[in-house]
Design a protein around this ligand. Structure first.
Ligand SMILES: [Zn+2]
Ligand SMILES: [Zn+2]
Ligand SMILES: [Zn+2]
Length: 361
């Protein structure tokens, strides 16, 4: 069984690594991430040097084509796979023209964020079908560079996620964030939001949860175009913070769901990282003075424990950022109605999966 989000360490020297590393920062060994095993392995002795095949836990892998051709990926490909590309790279249906240096830099950042997105989707055992497996509804990504005449709109349509690659440009993104009055805007956040629309289609649209969804998020049959015009015409309601995670979430129930979904992924990924580093923090709630959240013992299956842990960890995280002169990492207020929406996503992903994958120590 794959247990997700362990601390990544070098097999050779036990140095703690980042998920994104392709080489050990301490001993210099080449690394490859194995999505089946959720493990960053050192690639020392190929079992077949000419074909570049490595054995990890008795299974055989080779490096992704984007690794040896462009040094743009650190994932491994199952040696039986028909594709030269890893599971993440093979989902990229359209990429920008890489002969342009700015496009190339943007694309690398976007692919790195996509790998992290997929990491959590696999950890949560969510279905990730390709267009080959499901030509009408499979997941695929289009990373496009717009122009003045043909701007690119970031969005989701029947499994296809389009991202305007300008979002990977820090100056552009910060400017947009200011203009839209947002506290948080990242490439990873965009991808987590857009994939929320994909999973709404897969997990909510035809399920017996649709009525519960409508009770909590509103009726998604409301005209989307009108909602869009209203949102950009007159802005969000003044009291949106009482029951929405963001101003954008007020636009339409679909957007509310996608925003909530993204936050749920922020929550489990960040808490699991905290857990893998053995983080313990004080509980901020006055009535729980003196209590601590020991993330290593956090029961991910229990939504109340998860949300309590999240409150404590994000307060510490924001305070650490302020100490470094940075803006808050998580500039959001989670009110009771927002928490209930997050609980809906939690139920959707199912407690049995969470208890298996994120077992408490
Ligand atoms: Zn090492
Ligand atoms: Zn790859
Ligand atoms: Zn959306």
């Amino acid at each position: 069984m794959v247990r997700a989000m362990k601390l990544f360490t070098c097999d050779n020297c036990q140095q703690t690594l980042y998920f994104e590393n392709s080489r050990c920062v301490n001993c210099g060994e080449t690394l490859g991430y194995c999505p089946d095993l959720a493990r960053l392995a050192t690639l020392r002795h190929p079992v077949d040097a000419s074909a570049g095949i490595y054995e990890i836990e008795r299974r055989q892998y080779r490096q992704c084509r984007n690794t040896h051709e462009l040094d743009a990926c650190n994932w491994l490909v199952d040696s039986d796979s028909d594709s030269d590309y890893c599971r993440s790279c093979s989902l990229s249906e359209v990429i920008p023209d890489l002969s342009d240096a700015a496009n190339d830099a943007a694309w690398r950042r976007i692919e790195a964020a996509k790998r992290r997105l997929l990491y959590t989707l696999y950890a949560l055992r969510l279905p990730v079908q390709t267009r080959l497996e499901n030509p009408d509804r499979g997941l695929a990504f289009r990373f496009l560079k717009g122009s003045e005449d043909a701007p690119v709109m970031t969005g989701h349509d029947a499994g296809i996620i389009t991202l305007n690659i300008d979002e990977a440009d820090v100056a552009f993104r910060e400017n947009m964030r200011e203009k839209m009055g947002e506290g948080y805007r990242t490439v990873l956040g965009h991808l987590r939001h857009e994939v929320g629309h994909y999973y709404w289609d897969r997990l909510v649209a035809d399920s017996n949860l649709l009525d519960t969804f409508r009770d909590q998020f509103g009726d998604e049959r409301a005209d989307y175009e009108k909602a869009l015009d209203r949102h950009y015409g007159s802005g969000p309601p003044a009291n949106w913070g009482e029951s929405f995670i963001s101003a954008y979430a007020t636009m339409h129930p679909w957007e509310d769901f996608a925003e909530t979904w993204a936050h749920y992924l922020h929550m489990v990924d960040t808490l699991e990282t905290a857990k893998s580093h053995g983080l313990t923090v004080r509980t901020p709630a006055a009535e729980k003075a003196g209590e601590r959240v020991v993330t290593e013992r956090l029961a991910f299956v229990d939504f109340d424990a998860l949300s309590n842990g999240w409150n404590a960890v994000t307060l510490a995280l924001n305070s650490l950022n302020r100490s470094m002169g940075e803006k808050d990492a998580y500039p959001f207020v989670l009110t009771a109605p927002v928490m209930e929406k997050l609980r809906f996503v939690h139920r959707l992903i199912q407690a049995p999966v969470l208890s298996q994958v994120y077992a408490a120590a």
